[in-house]
Design a protein around this ligand. Sequence first.
Ligand code: SIN
Length: 191
Amino acid sequence: MSFDTTAINKLMDKFDGHHSVWLFGYGSLIFKADFPFIERRPALIKGWTRRFWQGSHDHRGTADAPGRVATLTPQENAVCEGMAYLVTPEEFEHLDYREKNGYLRLSTDIIFEDGSSVEGLVYIATEDNAAYLGPAPEVDIARQIAASVGPSGRNSDYLLDLAAALRALGKQDSHVFEIESYLKQWGAGTT
Ligand code: SIN
């Protein structure tokens, strides 16, 4: 089941009046920046870990056969590495639409590689959203991803593009890389 979060996200007024806002991306926002940005920098946020626990009915799957995409789950002492973008507030109209299937804008401290930090935003799909699928063994997640496709393309391309982008940044993510290894064993990404 899907649930449109655009109306709720519009109410997020914390950065109203700012000329620019930092947005932290940890999933497709790392490898598919289809919006203008002023600057981008590798960054991390603390207390969250990346998991393919969110259903995708609108991008990498369908209403009847959802795919699986990344969200963040809270975990003490965890660090999630990704890419931060400095954007103008106008970009959130497009971003809210893109992330509408369960993701809410939350404010967070974003830490850059030089140790400096800034308060910004991240889209998180929490476990109470209607499109949430939750935990499953990596091999089962890989099987679902291998079988799913939606308007934005193959679910396996999302996973493989994310893994490649993390590797290009020099970052590790054992959950993502384990799913990637199953997909590669099964021949995904070769056609
Ligand atoms: C993100 O990339 O930060 C949010 C989840 C997604 O769009 O894949």
